[in-house]
Design a binder for this molecule. Structure first.
Ligand SMILES: [Zn+2]
Length: 415
């Protein structure tokens, strides 16, 4: 059915990446940057033009839309979700996408900054795209494939379903969120208004990957209280909180327990910020693991490292506070095995081998899952994200659209 259909996700993608939607972690407004709404508005207009009558953006920049059911069966409502913002790590202003047709396999420099070189040595996955088209930015900015590839693919899926009413599916919800990159993608989400039973984020990497697991994440803060005195007369009384904080950091294990030395299923503890005066110092950490038990153990280990340091300074005291950030989505997905099962079937129908992966981080899907919308992550093709070398293969983008079109039909068939 799709064989004669020309997917337009590439044209959409080229259009969307030119809109600057960088989010800002320092901002307290929602969305964090008003410019994110510029893309959301375009998406609403395009959805309305497709005939999706309820497409709308709310005051916080979230886009909600409904593709009506084409079947008499009762099918669970499925939501597809992507984020419109790009990462604060790298400029997203004046993105100039370049389509490299029939990629040769040779390394190549980006025209606006020739120190930015893409090569198979760095990105082995480029090899799979020899002879195919790939898209990069021009050297000064990121590309924004994270996550405008997901946005473009969902838009194209919507367009396909609206122009092919003979394809049987239940009610489909579309959700575009702001501020995912700063961890606030679901902060102002109205989950009731969404009225979906299950979801899929389009925010993953290589063709065929299916991410059903994320880290569980906590934040920990150590506050050290020293004893202040005039430094000229501080002998035997002054206790410097900054020095104790430094000792705590120095006591962290160097060969394990850190992001620099762990991979795969190992968790870690990572200091992300420190500030203070001689009197009082705070260190902020992120704590990560795939299991709740491991997460708790990691926080306890950090606490005992700090307490051991404090024992050497009996006049100082410390506080240790842990706050929850997000939890491994697998805890929720386990209870709804069909969400993954049907995705795997859709991958196979699209001629793909399924590669299940876990994310050493979080996604909107981790939070959505715990808000009651079980939500694994599907591939979009994005590579080299958050950098000037970000790129994506056209083949992967088209396949992601095909997977979604197959997936909505699997849900219909199995209902
Ligand atoms: Zn993303």
């Amino acid at each position: 059915m799709f064989k004669d259909y020309k997917y337009s996700c590439v044209e959409r993608f080229i259009h969307y990446v030119k809109v600057d939607t960088q989010s800002d972690p320092q901002s307290s407004s929602s969305p964090s940057t008003d410019k994110q709404k510029n893309l959301s508005k375009i998406l609403v207009e395009e959805l309305l033009a497709m005939g999706i009558a309820d497409a709308a953006m709310d005051e916080f920049g979230y886009v909600y839309a409904t593709i009506p059911s084409t079947t008499k069966k009762q099918v669970p409502v499925i939501c597809f979700c992507s984020h419109v913002d790009t990462a604060p790590d790298c400029s997203g202003t004046n993105v100039k996408p370049i389509v490299h047709e029939r990629y040769s396999g040779q390394e190549f420099a980006l025209p606006d900054d020739t120190t930015q070189v893409l090569s198979v040595a760095e990105f082995k996955y480029l090899e799979e795209h020899i002879g195919e088209s790939i898209i990069t930015a021009s050297g000064n900015t990121l590309l924004g494939a994270d996550d405008k590839s997901g946005v473009a693919e969902i838009m194209d899926m919507a367009n396909f379903l609206m122009t092919h009413p003979e394809v049987k599916h239940g009610t489909i919800k579309i959700l575009f969120t702001p501020d995912e990159e700063i961890g606030k993608g679901t902060a102002k989400l109205d989950i009731k208004k969404l009225e979906a039973d299950f979801g899929y984020t389009l925010d993953g990497g290589e063709l065929g990957t299916l991410e059903d697991e994320t880290f569980s994440a906590d934040a920990a803060v150590i506050t050290v209280h020293g004893v202040i005195a005039h430094p000229g007369y501080g002998k035997d009384t002054l206790v410097n909180a900054l020095k104790i904080a430094g000792e705590i950091l120095a006591e962290l294990p160097k060969k394990e327990f850190s992001p620099e030395t762990t991979e795969k299923r190992e968790g870690f503890v990572h200091p992300v910020r420190m500030e203070g005066l001689a009197e009082k110092a705070t260190i902020e950490f992120i704590v990560r693991d795939f299991t709740r038990v491991g997460l708790k153990a990691n926080a306890e280990r950090l606490q005992s490292i700090a307490e051991d340091v404090l024992k050497k300074h009996p006049k100082a005291r410390m506080e240790f506070k842990v706050t929850e950030q997000y939890r491994n989505m697998k805890e929720v997905l386990h209870q709804h095995p069909q969400v993954i099962e049907y995705a795997e079937e859709a991958y196979r129908k699209s001629g793909l081998k399924v590669r299940k992966q876990s994310i050493r981080g979080g996604t909107d899907g981790s939070r959505l899952s715990f808000l009651g919308l079980p939500c694994p992550n599907l591939f979009t093709g994005m590579q080299g994200i958050h950098s000037k070398k970000e790129w994506i293969g056209v083949r992967d983008m088209k396949k992601a659209v095909e997977v979604m079109v197959n997936l909505v039909q699997v849900w219909e068939e199995r209902s």
